[in-house]
Design a protein around this ligand. Sequence first.
Ligand code: BG6
Length: 364
Amino acid sequence: GLVDGRPRMYTEMLEQPASVERALRGRLDERFATAHLGGLEMDARELRAVRRVKILGCGSAYYVGQMGASLIEELARIPADAEAASEFRYRSPVIEPDTLYVAVSQSGETIDTLLAVEEIRRKGGRVIGLVNVVGSAIARACDGGIYLHAGPEIAVASTKALTTMNACFALLALQLGRVRDLSVADGRRLVAGLQNLPAQIEQVLEGEERIAQAAEALATAESLFFVGRVRGYPVAREGAQKFKEISYRHAEAYQMSELKHGPLALISPEVPTVAIVPDDELTDRNVAALHEIAARGGPLVVVTHPGVDLGELRAERIDVPRNERELDPLLLTVPLQLLAYHAALTLGHDVDKPRNLAKSVTVE
Ligand code: BG6
């Protein structure tokens, strides 16, 4: 899998600005400050009739689904949540006629996600797919959908597919929002934010050297925490997952607010924490929680925005450019890919051949 002597995962990370650009192409409408997703096969009346959104995916696709659920709740004010597709069918789920089900999958072949789609359709529910591979099993099984246009993703550790999934959720949330109460001004704000993403992803990638240094320090730890809250929590979950998958270190994602209700006792100089601290209404609370970690000697890597004041805190800081607050999680995820990648390289692992993992799991 090496391309010009570089692992696939690396070249695919670098492709992300172009992938996101492709995912957005032809789908933004500046005049009406909205998105147009023809593949949904739903008119404005049908989009308005959606009372709830349920997102299903596995692994990283599930975590991006959580980011997508926030986008939909925030922009369209429709209750939305994500669930692991691998669990869904085992609990005899209630399928509601006015719920829009969304299946998320890079490969379009993950059996757990496919079986969830079939279960919903068997019960008469409407499912749309967010899928990369055109004509794949999940794409064919859905009522309609949004192709990611990420380009072929070969590396087991997913990168560009995840950022394009995230961008496609933003498009869906924008379109759902604009047939409801999202204002023209907010629509414009989001359209401009989306257009800024490719250049901002590029900026994050340019910070590789600093991220690589932080990764080297983390790689020696046997165990680490990834923490965030609300919008930052799925980012932390995806960061921990990626870290585990290719560095084989134990990484646990936790809600920052729950640390004090549980694992704070595990924080020590041997257990570093990677914290997601966007510049938002929760920044002060997040910084206060970081002080709790620092007081116990826990080393800190803080993924944050320029201008966030960390005060006296001793921390490795990774600044990510700000976008609109709803779109920030997409950008905050990118440095965590580089963090996992460089930790794995430091440890001498073959990042393109993570042990015990397949690109897509097509058997039950
Ligand atoms: C897992 C892969 O088995 O499947 C993950 O190891 C991936 O990397 C997940 O995110 C879902 O795959 P897909 O193709 O359905 O997005």
